[in-house]
Each structure stands twice: as C-alpha cells, then as structure tokens.
Design a protein around this ligand. Structure first.
Ligand code: NI
Ligand code: MN
Length: 227
C-alpha cells in the first residue's frame, strides 16, 4: 500500500482496493500541503478521537465522497446525527473490511467535540492497527506512553506512526520508549512542529530509535512511501 503523510496526524492510505484517510485535519492544518478538493476520492475516513485537529474535515469528506467513517461508537453516533455513514467500533475490537482489517487500540488521552459553547463527550480515544495486502500499519492517534503498547510487539508492525510533539502527547524520549515496546520495522514521527507548543526534534528521535535497530523515516508533509 501507498502511505502519504499530509502533516500533523493526517495519513492518506491507498490499498489495492480502497483509499483511506486517517484524522483528516485538512482545513486549518498549517502543515497540510493539499486542499479538500485536491484529495483523491476517499472510501473510508478513520478518526482516532474527537479533537478538532483529528476529526477535522471528516464530515465534509464523507458527505462529498460517500465515505464511511470508522471510529469509536460515540463519535459515530455524533456523526450519524449529522447524516454521515459510519462503522462504529471500540477499543480492542477488530473488523474485516473490503480493504483489510482494522483494530482499535488504547490511547491515553481525552476525546470531546466542541460545538458552539457545548462540549460533547466523544468516547475513549484510540489508535488504529490497519492490515491490508499482507502489511500492517499502526497509527497511534494522540496518546501518552502506555504499557499497553508492549502488546503491539506481537503484531509485527511494518510501519508505526507515533506522536512525538509532547505537551498533549508523548515527547521524543517517551516516543523512543514506545518504539522499544512496539519494535516495528519502521517508525514515522507525527504530531509535532504543527505549532510551537508541540515543537520536537525529529532528528534526535531518528538517531535514538535507529540504535534500537528500528528504521525511522522523517516524512515531510506531502511525501509518500510504498509499504
Ligand atoms: Ni487530541
Ligand atoms: Mn492532537
């Protein structure tokens, strides 16, 4: 599959069968090099949690392309009330879709949706394990370092996308420890340098994880890799 990083936590995934986007924060994302209208036609939108830098433009994309949103039950309930087609799941659950399988993994974080002056509960935040065409990728979502990540070692992950920006999520040293728990073939740092509050040194992260014998690719927004 082809993996294109669009900055912050946005990941575009093209499998042989379908096109997926994870955490589609396009409008207002200072790193995103593309506009909504320039995205390819999306079949599935995966949303890790309710915060606006992750839920992003999920509603508009799913309505424009008829895409199905895959997220936790609470976010799916909210989106269904807006007329969006969803596939609700929850932490630990796995489902086989037409492009491959998705499993929701725990993330230690918050999850809510702001609508006007209301704050809507958006369930537990999650990460995604996505398997397609014999490859497995992990998008951690927003999370602090957790011991649960040790369970991911058995998954033989090909590429792990881990937040490193600190403040709201793991910083570089915690993300290095997370990498040592997960031991993916390759790791890609995400969720950093979007704003000053999540500034991080990706080169330092790369140097340290490569000592663990994990390859690290620092992807600039708009770059892609084939897995
Ligand atoms: Ni968040
Ligand atoms: Mn975030």
């Amino acid at each position: 599959m082809k993996l294109e990083y669009l900055g912050h936590s946005v990941l575009l995934i093209e499998t042989n069968q379908k096109t997926l986007i994870v955490d589609p924060f396009i409008k207002g994302n200072p790193q995103c090099p593309t506009s909504l209208s320039d995205l390819p036609k999306i079949d599935y939108v995966l949303v890790t949690h309710g915060h606006s830098d992750h839920l992003g433009d999920a509603i508009e994309i799913s309505k424009k392309d008829g895409a199905t949103v895959i997220s936790n039950f609470e976010i799916c309930e909210y989106l269904e009330s807006k007329g969006v087609k969803t596939h609700p799941m929850h932490i630990g659950g796995n489902f086989n879709f037409d492009f491959g399988s998705v499993k929701l993994t725990p993330a230690f974080h918050g999850s809510s949706i702001n609508e006007g002056d209301k704050m809507i509960y958006a369930g537990m935040p999650a990460g995604f394990l996505i398997s397609s065409n014999g490859k497995k990728i992990y998008h951690a979502g927003d999370t602090g370092l957790t011991l649960e990540m040790q369970l991911l070692k058995d998954e033989a992950i090909d590429v792990a996308f881990l937040p490193i920006g600190g403040n709201f999520v793991m910083n570089v040293s915690d993300a290095i420890k997370a990498t040592s728990f997960i031991m993916p073939k390759r790791v890609v740092p995400i969720h950093y340098n979007t704003w000053d509050i999540i500034k991080a040194d990706a080169e330092k992260f790369k140097a340290k994880v490569e000592k663990l014998d994990v390859r690290c690719t620092i992807m600039k927004a708009g770059e892609w890799m084939e897995v």
